[in-house]
Ligand binder design. Structure first.
Ligand code: TTP
Length: 204
């Protein structure tokens, strides 16, 4: 028996909103302000899990402080990882071009961790996806930067946009690369008895 009809999404990412909407979850967005610096010697998977958990728990704490009704809170974090190096969002054009040149002609991993925080516990899942880029020229990387797409995305690209033409192959979770692995997220929500697949008005 599914009992929970609404969650909070601790995110300002429009991609995460679209993806959560795709699986018919009722949600309210609340931004989580979390320090995203990487700890010294911190492994990439530990880093994304820590941040996803911190985002979800920060919003859960805010609900309590503001006296709002407690609901499960979903938080996520996505990093692009080459070897053991974490590539975050580009700081400027030079940084974006440098990251794209590092990824050119190679296979990297995109790790997304998802946390669902409730008062009693925080549940976690993650996806790790191998993404292989074709060779990219420096000129192309500059032109791509000018499209405006790389600026707010881990690794400086968006697979769901113009960046699709850089990707030769992918093995893993497409939605995980975009920012929220839907298969894993649905499992997490089901464990917490959150309703998926909003009913259509016609069949309700
Ligand atoms: C690799 C890749 C990343 N991204 C995005 C997903 C995430 O929004 C972003 C990684 O940054 P995150 O820090 O995970 O998320 P965010 O700052 O955008 O949002 P919030 O912390 O408020 O939830 O990169 C794409 O949209 N497409 C891609 O192909």
């Amino acid at each position: 028996m599914v009992s929970i009809d609404r969650v909070y999404l601790a995110s300002s990412s429009p991609r995460r909103r679209e993806l959560l909407h795709q699986i018919g979850v009722n949600f309210t967005v609340m931004h989580a302000d979390v320090d995203e610096s990487v700890g010294e010697g911190e492994a990439p998977l530990d880093y994304v899990c820590r941040l996803a958990q911190a985002k979800a728990e920060a919003v859960l704490a805010r609900l309590q402080v503001e006296g709002l009704q407690s609901c499960p809170v979903l938080g996520a974090d996505t990093s692009v990882v080459l070897g053991q190096q974490i590539l975050g969002k580009p700081e400027n054009e030079e940084h974006a071009v440098a990251m794209l040149m590092m990824l050119s002609g190679k296979t990297h991993q995109v790790i997304t961790a998802v946390a669902l925080a409730e008062e009693e516990q925080t549940r976690m899942v993650h996806s790790i996806t191998d993404v292989s880029f074709r060779e990219i020229s420096e000129q192309e990387a500059h032109n791509y930067w000018l499209s405006g797409e790389p600026a707010d995305k881990a690794g400086g690209y968006g697979i769901q946009g113009f960046g699709a033409i850089l990707v030769e192959r992918l093995s893993g979770s497409y939605s995980g690369v975009v920012g929220l692995p839907l298969y894993e997220t649905a499992n997490l929500l089901k464990q917490a008895d959150v309703r998926l697949w909003k009913r259509s008005e016609k069949t309700a």
